[in-house]
Write a protein that binds this ligand. Structure first.
Ligand SMILES: CC(C)(COP(=O)(O)OP(=O)(O)OC[C@H]1O[C@@H](n2cnc3c(N)ncnc32)[C@H](O)[C@@H]1OP(=O)(O)O)[C@@H](O)C(=O)NCCC(=O)NCCS
Length: 188
């Protein structure tokens, strides 16, 4: 088993979500705008948070597993503790374990500060440089402009539109899929 992800970027620590994160984590997951294009709803509860924290893999995720990573930033106040500004999820494809899928959520109060870009860029670099990734993929609802902008900003390549491919929250929805290959990452 390889070690759990722990990264430091210019402004963030990226590390596994802890039980102590649950109140802040649940608070932003309950925001209807945050939940809108995600797999959960605004009734996401503390029990859901506890269950998710308890189901986390120990160490780096195995094929078929996902790990939820906390993004912690230093607030502007000197000596203050790092606050949970959001999280990213890293999934390892069950059939193609050199393919990693990423998802991201930033709490509304911390959106528009570049935290998602900063954390994902560092995570993508880690997956290619230390975990033998061949492909890193992300997908977003076609109506979710902020995530489409983010995927383009990260330099992911648009590779497909899954037109009305997903029965989601009571309607057929379209997904945009993006990817980055190891050789594309190396060419940068
Ligand atoms: C998708 C989501 C994560 C994007 O968050 P975000 O804060 O816009 O993304 P970033 O962290 O990359 O920030 C980019 C913005 O910060 C600004 N910014 C400020 N300081 C910055 C810095 N140092 N570096 C980069 N960008 C910076 C950019 O100009 C950009 O602003 P703009 O959108 O007005 O152009 C966010 O909208 C979200 O959590 N949505 C709800 C959950 C969701 O749907 N997730 C997608 C499922 S995969």
């Amino acid at each position: 088993m390889s070690a759990a992800v722990r990264l430091e970027t210019e402004r963030l620590v990226v590390e596994p979500l802890l039980e102590t994160d649950i109140p802040e984590f649940v608070a932003y997951r309950r925001d209807p705008e945050v939940a809108r294009y995600q797999s959960w709803s605004s009734d996401f509860s503390t029990d859901h948070g506890v269950a998710l924290a308890a189901s986390q893999p120990v160490g780096f995720p195995l094929p078929g597993e996902w790990v939820q990573l906390a993004l912690r930033a230093l607030p502007a106040v000197a000596d203050a503790r790092r606050v949970l500004v959001g999280d990213i999820a890293v999934g390892v494809d069950a059939a193609q374990p050199a393919t990693f899928e990423l998802g991201v959520t930033i709490a509304p109060a911390h959106q528009g500060a570049g935290y998602a870009s900063e954390a994902l860029r560092a995570t993508i670099d880690l997956l290619f440089s230390q975990h033998e990734a061949h492909r890193v993929v992300m997908q977003g609802d076609a109506r979710n402009e902020p995530v489409l902008t983010l995927m383009r900003r990260l330099g992911l390549r648009h590779e497909g539109t899954i037109l009305e491919g997903d029965w989601f929250k009571g309607e057929w929805t379209t997904l945009e899929r993006f990817a980055l290959l190891r050789r594309e990452w190396l060419e940068r």
